[in-house]
Design a protein around this ligand. Sequence first.
Ligand code: ATP
Ligand code: MG
Length: 316
Amino acid sequence: MAKDKIVRELEDLPGIGETTAEKMRAAGIDSLEKVAIANPHDLSENFGMSVDAAKKAVQVAKESTTINYSTGAEIFEKRMILGKISTGSDSLNDMIGGGIETNSITESYGKFSSGKTQLGFQLTVNAQQPREKLGLGGNVLFIDTEGTFRPERIKEIAKNSGLDPEDVLKNIIYVRAQTTEQQILTVERADKLIQEKNIKLIVVDSLTALFRAEFIGRGALGERQQKLNMHIHKLQSLSDKYELAVYVTNQVMDNPGILFGDPTTPIGGNVMAHAAGTRLYMRKSKEDKRIVRLVDSPSMPEGECIIRITKDGVKG
Ligand code: ATP
Ligand code: MG
């Protein structure tokens, strides 16, 4: 390898060919940073290279990775210009600091009919609005794991938005994922699509349903959490890299350990709890009203507000 070769990908490292690189990616070592902090002995054992070759690869990976330092003031500047997507409800927007944030994951959890999917539809329309109308002027990648995507409902919501409903539908890239593999791969391979189609919002409805269905019993819990963790991590990194918003829905279960108060607990345990920047707990109330509780937010206090799910979409 020439000394001044630019190292960008795993294959650019000495001693790592295409096959080894693929194996490493499959095992989650998918960046130079991860090689840089890997133990050469582990690499050697798991990917069939000599310890010396692994040491060399780690050394070159270390030399090729840089740490980007910023001041707090620079981050503040950057955050000030980040876009947000209106939820359709002023009171919900106020509660979460203006709308759904880019560069992070927003999760809603709640029982059936609590409005998680409806909020996803509303965001799918609103993301397409220009920035001055609290949108991101971009398109949407909608990953449907439950088969509840309804274009006719989105059209109905869009009619009320000032956008052309037909255009709104055309600007949605839809994937029906039937297995966790399909769900994970859709996100793993999204980079190109995001750039080509100017994707500014990714919806995963629901994030956890397939994981819950496929990994049953205590024995499978570790593997489920590990896969879910990597999946969420990829969503997070896409949101950072392309400054887009990610909205995921989550199912709930009744936690028998909670004797007093609300036993409703979101699926996904600690992995989910740490992943979402903003967590919303949605509950059905009278008529078209829904109570939305802000459970976790990086910058806003906990709170509760009431929204309405109407024929025209989310209001209130
Ligand atoms: P699940 O866990 O089953 O996926 P969810 O939280 O995603 O539930 P939603 O599908 O978002 O629930 O909410 C369904 C509710 O939204 C319906 O029960 C109804 O009250 C309301 N809704 C759906 N379509 C309309 C419409 N066209 N007009 C008014 N309200 C509607
Ligand atoms: Mg739903």
